[in-house]
Design a protein around this ligand. Structure first.
Ligand code: IPM
Ligand code: MG
Length: 360
């Protein structure tokens, strides 16, 4: 029997609760599809600061590198707000992405049919269906650029720098073009080329690469316009490729269209097969420990893990089907409405329902 080793970084806030439910789903999928999984837990974020003094201990990087894939919950919380910038929980998350070379972040925004009523957009705006893939550059740009805080003549200032090199844009563009080819062959590159030099470089690289993909229809949009278009006519998008910061912002917006940020999964990939899978939402410290979190984004991240890292597409599909079916029976608070026809459940029960519905 095939055995996979998964590094598990539960993190902070609701991280441990949602990861536990995702593990339930993965164990059930393993049973159904004839493989086994060994989990190796490691510390990240605030939990790592508390235990080891730093948000990304070396041991954690080693555990991840030795695994077939990494499953992550979420990091951060008010407890660590007082930490200096270089020692915040979020630095651990940025650091592990960088250490593993995971430059391509895939964030699919899809609407599950039972959740159409949970979307804040009118049905006629959503249209027939919604299926957008946001490809976010993940290890460059302003989140990793030169930064500093200075004081001159008693005036304090701080700066962060957006910088992209041609090879950095090329490799993320390659992922996005290939993705568009497997989908509806439409790629929208998002930038702020009317203002930023880094965006003008970004745009020129996309245009150059477009020549290799004559079968993909390429368009360019400014980020401000994209934010508007996403709520005006989301159906116009197939694949969106954009920088680290714009992708961070736009994927939150896209997630809301699908009903709740608690629904959006993500895969972070690099050159090798090792990937990191996490929900796009944060650690939600306000509801941590209350069994109120929505575990579906993390469970759907496991589906992505099975598809992209372990090459178990049938198991991935079984998890997605189970989630779709579970939504007709049960909802966590974030996606529950009085007239939705499903019962209100907590995080654990949602996880159990999904696991029970996974079948070969
Ligand atoms: C995300 C989060 C992170 C990011 C934070 C927590 C560092 O917002 O994964 O979208 O900005 O990448
Ligand atoms: Mg974000």
């Amino acid at each position: 029997m095939k055995n996979y080793t998964i590094a598990v970084l539960k993190g902070d806030g609701i991280g441990p609760e949602i990861v536990d439910q995702a593990i339930k789903a993965l164990d059930k999928a393993a049973d159904c599809f004839g493989f086994s999984v060994t989990y190796r837990e490691a510390l990240l974020g605030g939990a790592a600061i508390d235990a080891a003094g730093v948000p990304l201990p070396e041991e954690t990087v080693a555990v991840c590198k030795a695994a077939d894939s990494v499953l992550l919950g979420a990091v951060g919380g008010p407890k660590w707000d007082g930490q200096p910038g270089h020692n915040r929980p979020e630095k651990g998350l940025l650091g592990i992405r960088k250490a593993l070379g995971l430059y391509a972040n895939l964030r699919p925004a899809v609407i599950f049919p039972p959740l159409r009523d949970a979307s804040p957009l009118k049905p006629e705006v959503i249209g027939e269906s919604l299926d957008i893939m946001v490809v976010r550059e993940l290890t460059g740009g302003i989140y990793f650029g030169d930064r500093g805080t200075e004081e001159q003549d008693g005036v304090k200032s701080a700066y962060d720098t957006e910088r992209y090199s041609v090879p950095e844009v090329e490799r993320i563009a390659r992922v996005a073009f290939d993705m568009a080819r497997k989908r509806n062959r439409r790629l929208c590159s998002v930038d702020k080329a009317n203002v930023l030099d880094s965006s003008r470089l970004w745009r020129s690289v996309i245009d150059e690469m477009a020549k290799e993909y004559p079968d993909v229809a390429v368009s360019h949009l400014y980020v401000d316009n994209t934010a508007m278009q996403l709520v005006r006519d989301p159906g116009q998008f197939d694949v969106i490729v954009t920088s680290n910061m714009f992708g961070d912002i736009l994927s939150d917006e896209a997630s809301m269209i699908s009903g709740s940020i608690g629904m959006l999964a993500s895969a972070s990939l690099g050159q090798g097969g090792l990937g990191l899978y996490e929900p796009i939402h944060g650690s939600a410290p306000d509801i941590a420990g209350q069994d109120a979190a929505n575990p579906l984004a993390t469970i759907l991240s496991v589906a992505m893990l099975l598809k992209y890292s372990l090459d178990e597409p049938a198991a991935a599909q079984a998890i997605e089907n189970a989630v779709a079916e579970a939504l007709t029976q049960a909802r966590t608070k974030d996606i529950y409405t009085e007239d939705c026809g499903a019962k209100l459940v907590g995080c654990q029960e949602m996880g159990s329902i999904v696991a029970s519905l996974i079948k070969a």
